[in-house]
Write a protein that binds this ligand. Structure first.
Ligand code: FAD
Ligand code: NAI
Length: 508
């Protein structure tokens, strides 16, 4: 009885603490403090992008030290780990978007934001050329922005490996509009398949959902799609129940190559139970409007080219370098060997430059292109820039004290000398920042039917786990990692809504 009383008290207190925390989050969000105007006499720090790397840098950067300008074609941050859930309406896309203006308004000194795409970086001239890519164009839609310091955090684009037809016929899964397009296409395929007098072959094609790429994006999407079918579509459209099919095509011998063998086997087994077909060792070579052509090695050891008809094709084969980054690489001789992005040193400085840094998917620093890496790199740069500003301040003070010491009367000189010693000590402390070191917290992926897999670094070892408990861990981890209290509340409400009423099957 005593135990229950204590348990009740603990639950009650944690609920109150949760409410207070959420209430404070909302209050803080709605009441930003006064902001100092940007100081044009300070160094101009231009940050390209509003993704994981750039936003993590902005979060921790002391903006009073620089004249900060952010440029991105997207005026929001996107919490990509939950993007696959938006393709089926488990989560509404706005729940995982955080407007850049919201968090910039909370910085100590104001930051300028331009919604635009950087089309070219001229390293020699120290200028970024930008284009307003929005539908509404003013009299000026392209201009240039000079910089003293530049951070490139523009991420990557979708890899197609030059395979014909990919861009024209498939859906990618990187941005909000990709998820919206997929959501619409799923329903379009289902409704068109049930159109009067539709032939059986055409119904089969339309209800075949093909995912190319067995990395985490492809696997998570396939899992979400099968959930949507099992939990909702089957109920609301029983006439498609026997024909709806999800196939995952992967060129390598297994899916999720970055996970341990045990979790790969678990994922493949779970997919089998979920009736998702996995076609490993199958390389897509061509894409047409209605089918893909994929090559695999047949039982006789000969290569076979198979036509696989599809209604929806989602292309998730990883990252490629953006044109603006490729162009910058071509201007810097030290980047001649770079292929996958900007080669950076241990302080994330783009090799061959002095005043350009790169973070996230567009930088090559021997880490996987993940949000975890990008966020840690961004936070590192914020610390580095805050420290650089402090160093410059101390150096300026030292310079003026040295001048003062020469002209000061004899009795004041001792005091100035002591101050100089003190400043030199502070300077040594500030200059002691080590290089960037990535700390891997683990990998998590949702695999459908309320199961997830996790390879987690724990104390001295690794834990590889999969199943329903891991799924709850996956949910709580991602909920806590959401950008703001607003995002957290909205995501939680979406999960409750989808569980209570089912996902929305209306086609927008
Ligand atoms: P991004 O976050 O992609 O941001 C790039 C920014 O640059 C965007 O704001 C973009 O609009 C802007 N930009 C683009 N071009 C220009 C230009 N020319 N000029 C100016 N700005 C430009 N990683 C994990 O660790 N865990 C996960 O669970 C996970 N899930 C994922 C799920 C999906 C569906 C996807 C697609 C990725 C996932 N990732 C995950 C990977 C992760 O999202 C990326 O590694 C991460 O977004 C990289 O951060 P970034 O800042 O380099 O780029
Ligand atoms: P990826 O690069 O991880 O996987 C792409 C897969 O596509 C590869 O396995 C490759 O063999 C396959 N492929 C390439 N061309 C092919 C073809 N023609 N035919 C068939 N298969 C082909 O890409 P993904 O999943 O988009 O992930 C990109 C990055 O984002 C990765 O670093 C990943 O770790 C990260 N990410 C992490 C997530 C998580 O931690 N939960 C979720 C999503 C992405």
């Amino acid at each position: 009885f005593r135990f229950f009383r204590w348990a009740w008290r603990a639950t009650y207190l944690s609920a109150i603490a949760g409410l207070v925390y959420t209430g404070y989050g909302i209050y803080e969000m709605k009441n930003p403090g006064d902001q100092a105007e940007p100081d044009p006499t300070k160094k101009t720090l231009v940050i390209l992008g509003s993704g994981w790397g750039a936003v993590s840098l902005l979060k921790k950067l002391d903006t009073e030290n620089y004249n900060v300008i952010v440029i991105s074609p997207r005026n929001y941050f996107l919490f990509t780990p939950l993007l696959p859930s938006c393709t089926t309406g488990t989560i509404e896309h706005r729940s995982i978007m955080e407007p850049v203006r919201n968090f910039l308004r909370h910085k100590k000194a104001a930051v300028k934001f331009y919604e635009a795409e950087a089309t070219k970086i001229d390293y020699a001239k120290k200028v970024v050329y930008i284009n307003d890519e929005s539908e509404v164009k003013g009299a000026t839609s392209s201009t240039e922005v000079p910089f003293d310091m530049l951070v490139v955090g523009v991420g990557a684009e979708n890899a197609t490996f030059g395979i014909p037809g990919v861009r024209e016929h498939s859906c990618f899964l990187k941005e909000v509009n990709d998820a919206q397009r997929i959501r619409k296409r799923i329903m379009d395929c289902c409704e068109t398949a049930t159109f009067k007098d539709q032939s059986p072959e055409e119904r089969k094609r339309l209800l075949h959902m093909v995912v190319v790429g067995g990395g985490p994006t492809g696997v998570e999407f396939a899992g979400e799609l099968q959930d949507f079918f099992e939990n909702d579509l089957k109920t609301w459209m029983p006439e498609i129940a026997d024909e709806f099919k999800v196939t995952l095509v992967e060129a390598l011998p297994s899916v999720l190559p970055m996970f341990s063998k045990q979790l790969i086997d678990y994922t493949e087994q779970t997919f089998k139970e979920e009736t998702i077909e996995i076609r490993t060792k199958t390389m897509v070579k061509n894409v047409t409007k209605d089918y893909i052509e994929a090559e695999y090695v047949g039982a006789d050891g000969k290569k076979v080219m198979e036509k696989i008809p599809y209604g929806l094709l989602v292309w998730a084969t990883g990252n490629a370098v953006r044109p603006v980054v490729k162009d910058l690489m071509s201007q810097i001789p030290a980047q001649a060997d770079a292929r996958r992005g900007l080669n950076v040193n241990e302080y994330l400085v783009v090799k061959g430059t002095e005043n350009v840094w790169a973070v996230g998917d567009c930088a090559v620093a021997n880490y996987a292109p993940t949000a975890q890496v990008a966020a840690q790199e961004g936070a590192f740069l914020a610390r580095l820039f805050n420290q650089m500003a402090k160093t410059e301040e101390i150096e300026a003070e030292l310079k003026s004290l040295s001048v003062a010491q020469e002209t000061a009367p004899k009795d004041a000189r001792d005091q100035i000398f002591a101050n100089i010693k003190d400043l030199q000590k502070r300077l040594r402390r500030t200059n002691s920042m080590g290089p960037f070191e990535y700390s891997h917290q683990g990998s998590l992926a949702y695999i459908g039917s309320e199961k997830a897999v996790a390879d987690i670094s724990w104390l001295t070892g690794n834990i590889a786990t999969g199943g329903t408990v891991t799924y709850f861990f996956w949910r709580s981890a991602y909920l806590s990692m959401c950008f703001s209290t607003r995002n957290r509340v909205l995501v939680l409400m979406d999960w409750i809504k989808a569980k209570t009423f089912g996902r929305d099957v209306s086609r927008e």
